[in-house]
Ligand binder design. Structure first.
Ligand code: GDP
Ligand code: ZN
Length: 457
């Protein structure tokens, strides 16, 4: 156990509520609390057992009562931070909560930095970095499945895979170094063969994890689905119809670009972030017109593009241009307004037939088909929670670097003379994988990760 000072912060969100919790963690947690706590019937905290509670009052230096509280004590290492931890449950008012925090600080604790409790859990070795990051993912989860996958990650599902890969890597490195150090054994060629095979297996595993990252991003953020198409084809009508029929999870996400509308919806547990371009402009009663450039940017960001066309208007140059941007993406083409006379020849665009859906959004025809196709396109319509998904972009980037190093290593192994070079690349891969669990990460990067956390966590 490392030695740290004792920190304190309000762990609940600040505002009116049933209760607030002030968390105190560190060697002096109990000593500090004793100074400001008066138990019912003068019962002292001296012999408090771990995982028990006491009822009483927090008092200021003059002995004036500040609030009626319940204190719980968790003795390290069996606590969130792995340190002695006190939690003070008080009434959930802003003033009492702050007053109690002030007394705790006055009695000798330091105000915690954002994420510092979780950082302690990491520095004390109770959890690794990927587990710590999952803690914040649980708090920020926007959908049920992102919360569920974050919880799995907090239990170490990624760490386990990474640690196994790193152990295998160390094994290969050891055998190569033994060969380099004792060349008289003349085992070199055999070792290079075995090392190549083992390295290829590890590369395969890294690729498998990387492949899960696309779906992992979706688990975390939802399927970013962008509606594109010329003005008046029916994009907003489609968005509104889907929203009406489906439970909206979050509405009106603030802080996004002013001229797009974002909505979270839930298709059988798969979160979908629907983005309609230029929504605001419509409400401002200005002719809706998204430039092709703007559409291109939206398409770039999307996991799925819904390209809406109007059956009663011929395909024109703008449609063709938009379609060129969509082609390399996951897309569906919605031919809308089939209740009107057909003026369009869809064969002017080179579209796979399975991607075309005909609708009359106004007449509520074909909407279910859109939903069904989206479900089929992602996770095969169903999420398998026993699979490991890489949901964190930082992890993905580290895996990409590890993959590069593995490639170099395998190249080097194919030239027997370069076997010692391969061991350098394998060490690089081992280090990059360790960035995920935090074993091989520089302190300032670790600090930056925890600085993103909320206060009191
Ligand atoms: P956007 O500019 O692409 O967002 O298009 P809107 O959703 O605002 O729709 C433009 C117009 O087309 C509105 O008057 C809608 O009522 C109408 N509209 C939408 N879907 C259909 C449809 O399936 N059939 C017909 N006839 N009109 C539709
Ligand atoms: Zn619109």
């Amino acid at each position: 156990m490392k030695e740290f000072d004792t920190i304190a912060a309000v762990a609940t969100s600040i505002g009116e509520g049933g209760i607030s919790i002030i968390r105190v963690s560190g060697n002096d947690a109990l000593k500090i609390t004793k100074k400001i706590f008066v138990g019912k019937n003068d019962r002292k905290l001296d012999n408090i057992k771990s995982y028990t509670m006491r009822y009483g009052f927090i008092v200021d230096c003059d002995g004036n009562k500040i609030d009626e509280v319940i204190i719980s004590f968790m003795k390290g290492p069996r606590s969130f931070t792995a340190e002695d931890t006190i939690e003070i449950n008080c009434h959930g008012g802003v003033v009492v909560t702050n007053n109690i925090l002030n007394e705790v600080i006055r009695a000798g604790a330091r105000l915690a930095e954002p994420g510092e409790f979780t950082k302690r859990a990491f520095l004390n070795g109770r959890i690794d970095l990927s587990q710590a990051e999952a803690v914040i993912d649980i708090i920020r989860a926007k959908t049920e499945i992102s919360a569920r996958s974050a919880l799995q990650q907090s239990e170490g599902i990624i760490s386990k895979e990474i640690n196994e890969l790193r152990a295998h890597l160390l094994g290969i490195i050891a055998s190569i170094e033994a060969t380099v150090d004792y060349p008289e054994d003349e085992l070199e060629e055999v070792t290079a063969d075995i090392a190549t095979r083992k390295s290829s297996n590890i590369l395969m595993e890294i690729n498998r994890l990387l492949q899960s990252a696309d779906e992992g991003k979706i688990l975390r953020e939802g399927i970013t689905t962008t509606l594109v198409g010329k003005p008046n084809v029916g994009k907003s009508s489609l968005l509104n119809t889907i929203l009406k029929e489906t439970r909206a999870i979050v509405t009106d996400v603030p802080g996004t670009t002013r001229d797009i509308i974002e909505e979270y919806i839930n298709f059988k547990g798969i979160p979908i972030k629907l983005i309609d371009t230029a929504g605001i402009r419509e409400t401002e009663d200005v002719v809706e017109r998204i430039g092709v450039e703007k559409s291109r940017q939206m398409i770039e960001m999307a996991d799925l593009v819904l390209f809406v066309l109007d059956n009663s208007r011929p395909i024109d140059e703008e449609d063709k241009e938009i379609f060129e941007y969509i082609k390399p993406k996951n897309y569906l083409v919605i031919i809308n307004k089939i209740d009107l006379d057909k003026e369009m020849d869809i064969s002017e665009l080179d579209i796979e037939k399975s991607r075309i859906i005909k609708t009359s959004i106004k007449g509520e025809v074909g909407i279910d088909k859109i939903k069904q196709r989206i479900e089929e396109m992602f996770f095969g319509g169903k999420i398998d929670y026993s699979d490991v998904y890489v949901t964190n972009n930082r992890h993905k980037q580290a895996l990409i670097r590890a993959k590069e190093s593995m490639r170099h290593a395998i190249d080097a192994l194919s030239v027997t003379l370069a076997i010692d070079l391969a061991s350098i690349d394998l060490r690089d891969a081992w280090r990059h994988l360790g960035e995920i669990t935090g074993d091989t990460l520089e302190e300032d990067i670790i600090d930056k990760i925890f600085a993103e956390f909320c206060l009191g966590k």
